[in-house]
Write a protein of this length. Structure first.
Length: 369
């Protein structure tokens, strides 16, 4: 177990809330290294649990049974055991099976037959939303049997144990939005943002160790880190650790966000590291601070010549953050740099990045999600 001992916003003035959390692990026996992730089991929102119980016409004291827990109350099961902030396919299928024949049932059946349509439909709805749209009834046990268990959430650790002994730091963007005239929160981030009390709340945590996303054993090696948004987390840990272990290699950080004024996470720390020689280069990309949007991949391309020199001299290249868009764009930028600065054909540049740098030399490392 860990205790939340500090929590504060690091995005004042931004429409998107990003918080820094400090979790004490003193006496827990938990050990970690830079690059590892912290896993924890979140709890559903109390109001969502209450409203869900009301929607199915049940009582919180109703007894249900699961293989893992045996007999427990419906409230306990919904708080701690099952996912209700977003409906699943099993629940939707059960709803459709209960519906009377007609146009609405046919439409939902057609959605269930198409995976992409199913994912899109469920992405915006929780169980209450679907029950509002479809007049069906579930008994408490029947309802529980349609739900998926809560799974742990993993977050990159943003601290070095040498700098913060007995603590784990996290950098987390809070997911919140309004849909169907109801306020929504991400399961884990909503729990952290709305339910914790500093120095009181204990949360079940564990370490998910990494085998590959680690600092070079040779401390003289240079490192290039690309971490836009909360992807900055492991690189805060990296730089802290490099400072504490007196690593002689140079450190170059690429950071991107929306606005410099409101979302330049840890800017005072970076300035101090720059001043004292622990961070050699800091390159930023704030996408909304000028008419034309600029992202980290654009900064990589504009610094291609120097990046290539670093890579040729044995530097390690790290990327952390969004897998769907950012990581792909950074990967393409790397190939373009190899092609241009290494004077390679496209196929040779792709082989150098994908095989030589990533697989053979293990100098291109990614933590993307």
């Amino acid at each position: 177990m860990g205790t939340v001992v500090d929590a504060y916003c690091i995005s004042e003035g931004s429409h998107k809330e990003t918080n820094h959390y400090v979790i004490s692990i003193k006496g827990s026996g938990i050990r970690y290294k830079p690059g590892d992730s912290l896993g924890f089991y979140p709890t559903n929102n109390n109001n969502l649990v209450r409203d869900t119980i009301r929607k199915i016409g049940a009582k919180k004291s109703n007894i249900i049974e699961t293989k893992d827990t045996g007999k427990i109350t419906l409230e306990n099961a919904l708080l701690h055991r099952f996912t209700i902030h977003r409906a699943g396919k099993k629940f939707l299928s059960a709803v459709v099976n209960k519906m009377a024949k007609g146009k609405e049932k046919d439409e939902l059946n057609s959605i269930l037959e198409d995976r992409e349509k199913t994912d899109k439909y469920l992405f915006t709805r929780d169980c209450i939303d679907i029950l509002n749209e479809c007049s069906v009834h579930f008994e408490p046990q029947e309802f529980i049997d349609t739900l998926s268990p809560i799974t742990p959430r993993l977050y990159s650790i943003s601290s070095s144990p040498k700098t913060h002994p007995g603590e784990v730091h996290l950098t987390i963007a809070i997911v919140k939005y309004n849909n169907f005239d109801r306020d929504r929160f991400g399961l884990a981030t909503g729990h952290l943002a709305n339910s914790i009390e500093v120095n009181k709340t204990k949360i079940p945590v564990y370490i998910q160790p990494t085998r590959e996303f680690i600092l070079p054993k040779d401390k003289s090696k240079d490192i290039i880190m690309v971490g836009p948004g909360t992807g900055i987390a492991p690189f805060r840990a990296f730089i802290e650790h490099r400072k504490e272990t007196h690593a002689s290699g140079k450190n170059w950080l690429f950071f991107g966000e929306v606005n410099q004024e409101s979302t330049f996470f840890y800017n005072n720390e970076w300035a101090d590291y720059m001043k004292h020689g622990h961070l050699d280069k800091l390159t930023t990309a704030f996408s909304r601070d000028q008419e034309q949007k600029i992202y980290v991949q654009h900064r990589l391309l504009s610094n291609g010549k120097e990046i290539w020199t670093w890579l040729e001299n044995g530097a390690y290249f790290y990327v952390c953050g969004d897998k769907q868009y950012m990581a792909k764009d950074v990967h393409s930028a790397l190939i373009e740099i190899a092609k241009k600065e290494g004077k390679m054909k496209k196929a040779d540049a792709e082989e150098y990045i994908n095989k030589t740098l990533m697989k053979d030399q293990h100098r291109y490392l990614r933590d993307v999600y």
